[in-house]
Design a protein around this ligand. Structure first.
Ligand code: NCD
Length: 307
């Protein structure tokens, strides 16, 4: 029996493969619900507490809630909240749980979502914590792969970019442990995935680290590109050195399979050339679109409107 009502969404590893499949089934049904709207979450309130910047995650959660008839409160800049006055994080959560039925939380600190769970009666959805996890983005990424390629098993998937600080790649790598895939990791040396996560993932699937994109370009089915997470660098000179160290452009994809798809959680900075948008490979804006459906599914399941 799968039970989603009142579940916290903290790590992608909170979900089994069967549960992920079920979330995708609900997401698919949300594609038509999104066109006309629904009132299954009427009277319910989502609080979005974003202590770090966001465009897609916060707006898609809010849109998802409203498409289902619910409403939203929250802040997108903690500088305008009582945090500015010195209120601690726990008191903020203990306040907001009185106003909302579910809380979507983004925070600079790893572990913030788990702390919030400890002091909240209402479910917490981790919407990005430090470099640690971004589980709903991983669900969107997988859903997009499934939809575009018809399957996830038997694919060769390459992650390119900041594998050290990127939380989306950390969640997606863990999510892929449920599938029969080959994973290639391509990054500058200093941005390699941490040993602890590598070890975890290597225990389940084949992981091969590569120096350059050219080494894998001709064989991959999915290219997942990320930006360098500038805000996680303590030394801005180090960021300046790395900036522009990889870029996917028309030249890069020349060797690619015709049906290779490119994903990116966005925002992009300069790691995917704009000319790529017009190629048969680009799927990152479809991925953005899927974010709405997957987040509608998550809210509907967590709030018990879908069993
Ligand atoms: C990502 C994030 O916040 O981790 N953005 C997103 O939610 N799609 C990726 C990023 O900021 O690079």
């Amino acid at each position: 029996m799968m039970e989603f009502q009142n579940r916290n969404v903290i790590s992608i590893q909170d979900f089994s493969r069967d549960e992920i499949d079920y979330i995708f089934e609900v997401s698919r049904s949300m594609e038509s619900v999104a066109k006309v709207g629904s009132d299954v979450l009427k009277g319910k309130i989502l609080a979005t507490l974003f202590f770090e910047p966001s465009t897609r995650t916060r707006l898609s959660f809010e849109a998802a809630m409203q498409k289902l008839g619910g409403s939203t409160i929250g802040f997108s800049d903690a500088e305008t909240s009582s945090t500015k006055k010195g209120e601690n994080f726990v008191d903020t959560i203990r306040t907001v749980e009185n106003y909302a039925d579910v809380i979507a939380l983004r925070h600079r600190l790893e572990g913030a979502a788990s702390v919030a769970v400890e002091c909240s009666r209402v479910p917490i959805i981790n919407s990005g914590t430090g470099a640690q996890e971004h589980p709903t983005q991983a669900l969107i990424d997988l859903y997009t792969i499934q939809k575009e390629k018809g399957q996830i098993d038997n694919l060769k998937i390459a992650f390119v970019g900041d594998l050290r600080y990127g939380r989306t790649v950390h969640s997606l790598a863990r999510a892929l442990m449920n599938y029969d895939v080959e994973l290639f990791l391509v990054s500058p040396e200093v941005l390699r995935m941490q040993e602890s996560i590598l070890r975890e993932v290597k225990g389940k699937i084949s992981v091969i680290e590569k120096q350059s994109l050219e080494d894998v370009m001709s064989e991959v089915d999915v290219l997942y590109v990320t930006r360098i997470q500038q805000e996680r660098f303590s030394d801005s000179a180090e960021y300046a050195k790395l900036r522009g160290s990889y870029r996917v452009d028309l030249e890069t994809v020349k060797m690619a399979k015709e049906d290779m798809i490119i994903l990116h959680p966005l925002p992009r900075v300069d790691e995917i050339a704009p000319e790529i948008d017009q190629t048969v490979h680009a799927r990152y804006f479809q991925q953005v679109g899927n974010g709405l459906f997957v987040r509608m599914a998550i809210l509907s399941l967590v709030l018990g409107a879908t069993k």
